[in-house]
Design a protein around this ligand. Structure first.
Ligand code: ATP
Ligand code: ZN
Length: 681
């Protein structure tokens, strides 16, 4: 018996060691080493990541890491010492083994403290009383070595939970680190583009129509209508002028303002990312909540059963009954499973702001795509510029580029790129006013220039030259879009834009259709190019000339029909719809509003990642089921085997240890598998 116990202890000691110091297994290509390889890139970034997360990150993070390390060292030495005493005592002189009790109690102090809290303060019954009763009775009966084996499992569990969380968090941050986020700051009288994370308090940031406010601060000069519905839910834009406060994440619709930065830390992109990550990693999927519930609900029956067996079959069987309970294992395994998939998603460049998405993805039956910038490449090409009356094409393009100056809309980028390529002179415009879904108006010198859709010009009551109608027809036959440029209320020219479908779009649409998903296109653009794209991609449902609120209405409508909708968009005009959808996806590089609203961000702007996400969601579902079985089945086996003569405590604990391994291994397996496909593929 003593020999078996010793062998067990060696086995578990190796385990604990592996859990404790993962960076030192050298070149053994075992599962753990591979796992580590999967997580390796994270380590290289440790330093930069720490500076990234919090305001005074270095110190705080370092101190915490140091404290953790000291605690781990202390635990390891106490464990080693007290185990040595237990072993030496058992082998040489049994009464000596009693001296290992203080060490055991010290290592299990959390268990005892929590049990006391349950008994004295009436805290809900967790698994701690179970463990307290179990270890106390084992020590009482003189099973000192087995007790230490049990303790090693307990410490291993605890360490694993911590490690997995930390590593996951780092891995996810790693993906986020490169998120480009810049703002215009006035330095020595000139505007300079700067990383938002580098902006300090008191700096002066310029925010123009179509841009989102990067910080919290006070308006120094200028006027603006600001859309704050992201923060407050109010749908009407709010007027802001000198002295007013503006907030990060809100969008300037009209005008431009100089903002003196008040808060950077809490509200900067990096801090928000930190907050998002904390909630991402600490989130609980319904599977995890289920594991918690089952764990709690089985504690009392286990105690009751073991009391019964104590009377009927004696103390060993009773102890085996207590030990059969899976304690933290089910919770550990289900949360590792969820973290594994969050990590896998991050490795593929899919950022999930909450893990629940993995579960929600499984119910999605309808995918709605935004057209411009999502199904098509971010920036269209200017195919042709037409001038009416006395105007010439280059002047039209130059005027349009002056107005679009710093807009982030795909149309604006196309126009500005073309003007730059032609070397056209672009003047600075003033008092731009952006009408989401239509276009914008600004003044250049004494002239008022309007750039936008045909609908916008019609809405303003501008006279439409017959040549324009011809042009529009030709353009729409080709599936192109038309942007109208007007000067002081007179239509002066039109810019034809040709969008390129993203190279992967076709295949992605095909794959999604094969999965039986219902597909829709939704666009603010004219019906002709929208219809054309829908036909090219064989998508039956399309909606065109849709305003932002209407985009959200369509999603609502679909959901009212009982559908579960995933919406993928890229622009300011998608923000409301993104909020409405059951799962919202946005492409990185899209407007910051869209990325702030969406729950999923495809960091590499590749629609293939959407298929990956569907795939991961399915795998997660499967994995969490298998993993739970790996934990529950050994528990049930223990209950059955308890009545088999000769089946003792040590054997029962070996089975427990196997279930830790099996559950943990099963939950981590996808990480290793995907790592392999990455190396091979
Ligand atoms: N910055 C802009 N400059 C000129 N025209 C614009 C601008 N923004 C929008 N428009 C006009 O308003 C229309 C609708 O814009 P909106 O942003 O709602 O949709 P979109 O980007 O064209 O398409 P999608 O909804 O598929 O992304 C555009 O097609 C364009 O004609
Ligand atoms: Zn779009």
């Amino acid at each position: 018996m003593a020999l078996l116990e010793l062998a067990l202890l060696g086995f578990s000691g190796g385990f604990f060691y592996a859990g404790k110091k993962p960076e030192k297994t050298g070149n053994k290509r075992n599962a753990l080493a591979r796992l580590r390889a999967a997580l390796a890139p994270i380590k290289a970034h440790k330093q930069s990541l720490q500076t990234f997360i919090a305001e005074s990150p270095d110190q705080e993070a370092d101190e915490k890491a140091l404290a953790d390390q000291r605690e781990l060292k202390r635990t390891a030495s106490v464990f080693a010492g007290s185990t040595a005493i237990a072993v030496a005592g058992t082998v040489l002189y049994p009464p000596l083994a009693v001296l290992s009790v203080p060490g055991a109690v010290y290592l299990l102090r959390d268990v005892y403290v929590n049990t006391a809290d349950t008994v004295i303060k009436g805290k809900p019954v967790g698994v701690d009383p179970l463990m307290a009763i179990f270890t106390t009775s084992m020590l009482y009966q003189g099973h000192f070595v087995v007790s230490h084996f049990f303790i090693s499992l307990y410490l291993l569990n605890r360490q694993l939970i911590k490690r997995v969380k930390q590593e996951s968090k780092r891995n996810i941050i790693d993906v986020f680190r490169d998120q480009p986020s810049t703002a215009w700051v006035i330095i020595d009288g000139t505007e300079v583009e700067q990383q938002v994370s580098a902006i300090r308090e008191k700096a002066i940031v310029v925010v123009r129509a179509g841009e989102s406010v990067p910080v919290d601060g006070q308006v120094l000069e200028g006027f603006a209508a600001v859309d704050q519905h992201m923060l407050t839910g109010e749908s009407q834009p709010v007027e802001k002028s000198a002295g007013d406060t503006v907030f990060a994440c809100t969008v300037v619709l009209t005008g431009s303002i100089h903002v003196q930065v008040e808060k950077t830390g809490e509200e900067t992109a990096s801090a928000r990312i930190g907050q998002i990550l904390n909630s991402t990693v600490d989130f609980k999927t319904s599977k995890q909540l289920w594991a918690e519930k089952i764990t709690q609900q089985t504690v009392m029956p286990t105690l009751g059963l073991s009391a019964l067996t104590l009377a009927l079959a004696g103390p060993t069987t009773a102890l085996i009954f207590i030990n059969s309970h899976f304690r933290y294992r089910l919770m550990l395994a289900t949360s590792t499973s969820a973290l594994t998939f969050l990590n896998l998603a991050a490795q593929k460049g899919v950022l999930l702001k909450s893990g629940i998405i993995l579960e929600k993805m499984q119910n999605i039956d309808t995918v709605v795509f935004d057209k411009t910038g999502t199904l098509t490449l971010e920036t269209p090409n200017v195919a042709e510029v037409t001038a009416f009356g006395d105007w010439d094409a280059n002047t039209i393009l130059g005027l349009a580029a002056s107005v679009e100056g710093r807009q982030s809309h795909p149309v604006a980028k196309a126009i500005c790129n073309k003007a730059a390529a032609l070397g056209l002179q672009v003047e600075a415009s003033h008092e731009a006013s952006y009408q989401v879904g239509y276009g914008l108006v600004a003044s250049i010198g004494k002239q008022q220039i309007q750039v936008g859709s045909l609908r916008y010009a019609q809405q303003q009551g501008f006279a439409i030259p017959p040549a324009l109608l011809d042009k529009a027809e030709q353009c729409h036959l080709l599936g192109n879009s038309l942007i109208i440029v007007s000067v002081d209320g007179v239509i002066a020219g039109a810019i034809e834009l040709q969008a390129t479908i993203r190279p992967e779009t076709s295949a992605v649409i095909q794959r999604l259709r094969d999965q039986g998903l219902s597909l829709h296109i939704i666009s603010g653009d004219h019906p002709a190019p929208t219809k054309r794209l829908a036909e090219t991609l064989h998508i039956d449902n399309y909606h065109a000339e849709v305003l932002p609120e209407t985009k959200a209405e369509i999603i609502k409508q679909l959901q009212a029909e009982g559908r579960s909708v995933c919406y993928i968009g890229d622009g300011i005009n998608d923000a409301i719809a993104l909020k409405e959808a059951s799962v919202s996806v946005s492409l990185r590089g899209a407007s910051s509003v869209a990325t702030d609203t969406a729950e999923v961000i495809l960091m590499d702007q590749n629609l293939n990642r959407l298929c990956d996400l569907f795939q991961l969601a399915r795998e997660y579902d499967q994995n969490v089921k298998t993993t739970s079985q790996m934990v529950i089945i050994p528990s049930l086996m223990n209950l059955g085997l308890a009545f088999v003569p000769g089946y003792g405590l040590a054997a029962s604990m070996t089975l427990s240890a196997t279930s830790v391994l099996a559950g943990f291994g099963s939950s981590m397996l996808p990480l290793i598998r995907h790592q392999q496909t990455r190396i091979i593929g």
